[in-house]
Design a protein around this ligand. Structure first.
Ligand code: PLP
Length: 399
């Protein structure tokens, strides 16, 4: 018999399964709100002008393609640190930050998870309830038990912060806490600055290991403003982990550009930690690909391209905000009595709409509008052409 004869079919990824169903739908007016990707007003994934310019220069230079260092390019890693911690960060100056170039935010989480399993093998990992689905799968596959802390409060459509704080304050030392640094996926509900300080205090007093996931820097209020959680931890004197991604902020999804940063207590500690993280990488993919990181570094390290990128990022952010406002207005205009103004307050690409699984199903069957069964929709998939149709469809299913 084949060695694969007894292999079972793995469950389909719920969101990728949604894409397959969407692609198979023949209705012209169909809309896919299930994705986690930014589309422009024409429904296309943009290639940013700053990226285009950096790629042109790189192509003309025709650089050789030797191996990268295991940790990736220093020009890239330094640029990442400046973006996360601020270019005047004392931690960077002190050599307390270890950064490695990773294969997207997912790759950063995976390297971090594998390293943590060596550092803290008996720990339990806590993710928000709800969270990005892959958080659980990633840390489970690294060998950790994964549990949740309270996060979303459906009644207020905000964060159940008392519940979250109480849970954090009850955890054993050495527990690993995954935190969405901004633009919480899937709910769009973020902590306030004061609440972040409380989370820092809880991590300090309980001896927890914070792991911040920053996949959407620049999508809420801007590069600096969205770093508030990272900055609160960096001012705390604690050690912590940050995974970051340029998939969304540079619209470089398929190039797989991200980073893992680890904040240590001292420079000599950084050297030891880096040496261990490099072992994880070496036995996994050896060293990262060149292109995406080189493009991002070229943009971030050139004042002109950096400005162009920030402007383009602001354009994406503003367009999503416009879609939020417009959706709320159009729902009202379509006669929906329920107050949807919470959509404007949610941050990042997503909204937890409160639509039930049955309503989501009806959107699909009656209108060809695809969303996640939890009611999560991607605002960045709305545009001036399809928003009227979507608003009318939602109005029809909530009535
Ligand atoms: N973390 C969160 C919360 C995300 O939403 C995503 C992407 O959807 C990622 C990490 C991973 O991003 P990447 O595509 O860079 O691996």
């Amino acid at each position: 018999a084949s060695i694969f004869a007894a292999v079972e079919m793995a469950p389909r990824d719920p969101i990728l399964g949604l894409n397959e169903a969407f692609n198979a739908d023949t209705r012209a007016e169909k809309v896919n709100l299930g994705v986690g990707v930014y589309y422009d007003d024409n429904g296309k994934i943009p290639l940013l002008g700053a990226v285009r310019a950096a790629e042109k220069t790189r192509l003309e230079a025709m650089p050789p393609r030797g191996y990268q260092p295991i940790e990736g390019a220093a020009t890239y890693n330094t640029a990442v640190q400046n973006l996360l911690l601020g270019k005047d960060s004392q931690l960077i100056a002190n050599g307390q930050v270890v950064t490695i170039e990773a294969l997207g935010g997912t790759g950063a989480l995976k390297v971090g998870a594998d390293y943590l399993k060596r550092l803290q093998p008996g720990a339990t990992v806590y993710i928000s309830d709800p969270s990005w689905e892959n958080h659980r799968a990633l840390f489970e596959s690294a060998g950790f038990p994964v549990e949740t802390y309270p996060y979303y409060d459906a009644a207020t459509r905000g964060v159940n912060f008392e519940g979250m704080k109480a849970k954090l304050n009850s955890l054993p030392a050495g527990s690993i806490i995954i935190l969405h640094a901004c633009c919480h996926n899937p709910t769009g509900a973020d902590l306030s600055d004061a609440q972040w300080n409380d989370v820092v205090d809880a991590c300090r007093s309980r001896g927890l290991i914070p792991f911040l996931d920053m996949a959407y820097q620049g999508f809420a209020d801007g590069i600096e403003a969205d770093a508030v959680a990272v900055r609160a931890f960096s001012a705390s004197g604690l050690q912590f982990f940050v995974s970051s991604s340029f998939s969304k902020s540079f619209s470089l999804y398929g190039e797989r550009v991200g980073a893992l940063s680890i904040i240590t207590a001292a420079k000599e500690e950084s050297a030891r930690v880096l040496s261990q993280v490099k072992r994880v990488i070496r036995t996994n993919y050896s060293n990262p690909p060149i292109h995406g990181g080189a493009v991002v570094a070229a943009v971030l390290n050139s004042p002109e391209l950096r400005q162009q990128w920030e402007d383009e990022l602001a354009g994406m952010r503003d367009r999503i905000r416009d879609m939020r406002t417009s959706l709320v207005e159009q729902l009202k205009a379509a006669g929906v009595a329920q107050d949807f103004s919470f959509v404007i307050k949610q941050r990042g690409m997503f909204s937890y709409t409160g639509l039930t699984a049955a309503q989501v199903e009806q959107l699909k069957t009656d209108f060809g509008i695809y969303a996640v069964s939890t009611g999560r929709i991607c605002l960045a998939a709305l545009n001036t052409k399809n928003i009227g149709y979507v608003a009318k469809a939602i109005a029809a299913v909530v009535k």
